[in-house]
Design a binder for this molecule. Structure first.
Ligand code: 5GP
Length: 189
């Protein structure tokens, strides 16, 4: 998605060789028109797939997942993130490491929001090692729902997450793939 590449070049900063700061577009702010374009692009890429719900992880995945759900005309579910949680029998819970915060958090989805009749499209902002994605996929699996596909705004392809999910057989569509952040420079694939 060329417009997204341009905006990343204009607005992102390289924190180090593994981390990109993209606050204005993904992690701390939202451009509504660009976000709607991302949602439409995901809807186009997964056209023809049976999708009953879009699912994401709070908080940065929500705007683009909302745009995708709106375009597809289906509801959106977002996993909550908590540091600790007393046992909750009404929820699926998966503990995942947080790439940016260096802590573990629990991903939580209420059981009544997913059913074996669902075919869910998983949308997220950034994939690095894929821990958050694997956690959410485990929750979807426990619910009996199917995974229609995985859409990622920004895949850092020099980290293992996207490749690992494809090797597991998932269809992963990334709007932008970054192959390196070495030397303070953003290199697209
Ligand atoms: P993963 O679980 O794939 O290792 O990391 C995914 C999550 O960590 C993303 O949802 C995103 O919020 C955060 N993340 C991973 N890499 C980056 C990065 O380079 N920049 C920012 N801002 N967030 C990142």
């Amino acid at each position: 998605m060329d417009i997204l590449k341009e905006r990343i070049l204009q607005e992102a900063t390289v924190v180090n060789a593994g981390v990109l700061k993209l606050d204005s577009l993904l992690n701390h702010g939202v451009d509504p028109l660009l976000t709607m374009e991302m949602g439409k692009e995901f809807a186009r890429r997964f056209e023809g797939r049976y999708v009953t719900k879009v699912i994401t992880v709070e908080s940065s995945g929500i705007p683009v997942a909302f745009a995708t759900a709106l375009t597809l005309g289906v509801p959106l579910v977002f996993a909550r993130r908590k540091k600790t949680l007393p046992g909750d029998a009404d929820a699926y819970v998966e503990r995942v490491p947080s790439f940016t915060k260096g802590i573990v958090t629990d991903l939580i989805v209420s059981r009544h929001l997913l059913s074996p009749m669902d075919s869910v499209l998983f949308i997220d902002d950034i994939i690095a090692n894929g821990d958050a994605a694997r956690g959410l996929l485990k929750i979807i699996e426990q619910s009996g729902a199917k995974v229609a596909g995985i859409g990622i705004v920004l895949e850092k392809s020099f980290q293992a997450g996207g490749k690992a999910l494809r090797e597991l057989g998932y269809e992963v569509e990334s709007l932008v793939r970054i192959s390196s952040l070495e030397g303070n420079e953003i290199t697209f694939e």
